[in-house]
Design a protein around this ligand. Structure first.
Ligand SMILES: [Fe+2]
Length: 458
């Protein structure tokens, strides 16, 4: 069924991208195959889902109101599925619902909190680029805005890095007015303990960044804020040929003056895969769009006719040199790794394949051997579309890929989605389990697995 959402181009209201208009709670979901009994937790994912009221202004996929989708798994069963809009101030007035409370937001534009959802220090936070996070509970109810006890005096962006060794969380904030970039450290208890202004050339788009054991990496690339462009395109960032491209590497405990900047070939990076240290080198791996994207970074991102490929940069901190190499040529997005190896050398990467042409699309799931560049594909079925895959390690894993990749897969035949569980060590094989959901999970952005310890409430 196609829902008529006034003011939204039809490409975004059909098929895998089409928003839903119902908040469901469904119990005891049908399962094909067998859910691994070791999986005890909640799979959450965030994404844009405009409510069914006329949409105002130029439409851009990145901006509408955030909606969470969640599946609770325990004892080999899919106990429930829920989807809920995040009760932001931006949503208020569009739905008959009150916005969640909390400290005053600091958003320059409506904060739809639609991009990511994470758990840190016992809080589940929904994130976007432009404002404070919103805290939600395990049943996807919005509790309110969170500003770390008043310590976060800037928007929090969507890709914080949680250090699996220390439990600390590192985050950045970028924006169109100076200071263009800020850096924050949150300790393992959830207290924001460091705040630094980082000097950069201008207001570039820093959707993602990277972290190693001892350093953080800032990506100052030539997608730059332009309000006039935004008025036409719906999203105020465009390629700037004169901006240059550089990566800043700074000790985690350092300040802006301690950063070293490396010029790289101009490119666009929306998402990094990982970064780590190897001798005197810092290695960065990411989904890289070449400078061919310059004319194609347009309001209609679905028309983008170049794709990102897996790429590696080696920054030698002593020699001050950088070497670049292509890892693989196939196009993809949503790079992910085992969360226990963020910032450490990792040998396995995951992603979702993309196709490009008149209209871009997503397809199956990919798994790379990062040492050789060899890639395995998990076919999600004819016409079916995978979303970001989230890797969940086996609790007693002895190998990096011992665990499962979870992804919402849209099935056009029933205009609904499945939560597919793939055994990552048998990647090309049949899914370990397919959980049937009562409705479509529109193609969205990022999510996480929240383990729930034995004895905690379901
Ligand atoms: Fe992202």
């Amino acid at each position: 069924m196609t829902i008529a959402f006034a003011g939204i181009p039809h490409e975004y209201t059909e098929g895998a991208l089409a928003p839903v208009s119902t908040e469901y709670t469904a119990w005891d979901l049908p399962v094909t195959g067998s859910i691994p009994p070791e999986l005890d937790g909640l799979y959450l994912r965030n994404g844009p889902n405009p409510p069914p009221v006329p949409y105002d202004g130029p439409y851009h996929w990145f901006l509408p109101d955030g909606m969470l989708h969640g599946v609770r798994i325990r004892d080999g069963k899919a106990l429930w599925y829920r989807n809920r809009w995040i009760r932001t101030e931006a949503l208020a007035g569009k739905l008959d619902t009150r916005p969640a409370q909390g400290p005053a937001d600091i958003a320059l534009v409506p904060n739809t909190s639609n991009t990511n959802v994470i758990e840190h220090a016992g809080r589940i936070l929904t994130l976007a680029e432009w404002g404070l996070p919103y805290e939600v509970d395990r049943e996807l109810n919005t509790l309110g805005r969170h500003d770390f006890g008043g310590a976060l005096a800037a928007p929090m962006t969507a890709h914080p890095k949680i250090d699996p060794r220390t439990g600390e969380m590192y985050l950045i904030s970028f924006g169109p007015v100076a200071p263009y970039l800020r850096y924050f450290v949150v300790d393992a208890t959830g207290a924001l303990v460091r705040s630094e202004i980082i000097d950069v050339e201008g207001p570039s788009l820093m959707h993602d960044w990277a972290m190693t054991e001892n350093h953080v990496l800032f990506l100052d690339l030539p997608i730059v804020f332009d309000a006039d462009y935004g008025a036409v395109a719906g999203f105020p960032y465009r390629w700037d040929d004169d901006y240059g491209a550089r990566v800043g590497i700074m000790p985690k405990a350092g300040t802006s003056a301690d950063g070293r900047w490396f010029e790289i070939d101009p490119c666009m990076i929306i998402h990094t895969l990982n970064a780590y240290e190897l001798g005197t080198e810092v290695v960065l791996e990411a989904a890289r769009y070449s400078n061919a994207v310059r004319d194609r970074w347009r309001p209609d991102v679905l028309a983008i006719d170049v794709g990102a490929t897996l790429h590696r940069w080696r920054f030698d901190l002593h020699a001050r040199t950088v070497r670049e190499e292509a890892v693989d040529g196939r196009t993809f997005e949503f790079p992910k790794i085992n969360p226990g190896l963020v910032g450490a050398p990792s040998a396995v990467g995951y992603g979702v394949e993309t196709s490009h042409g008149e209209r871009a699309g997503f397809g199956g799931l990919l798994k790379w051997d990062l040492g050789t560049g060899a890639c395995l594909r998990h076919d999600v079925g004819d016409g079916r579309v995978a979303a970001e895959g989230t890797f969940v390690p086996h609790p007693q894993a002895r190998a990096e890929d011992e665990g499962w990749l979870l992804s919402y897969v849209y099935d056009p035949a029933r205009d609904a989605s499945d939560l597919v569980i793939v055994d990552a060590s048998d990647f090309s094989g049949a899914p370990r389990a397919v959980i049937g959901l009562p409705q479509r999970v529109p193609l969205g952005f990022h999510g996480c697995w929240i383990p729930i310890a034995e004895g905690q409430p379901a």
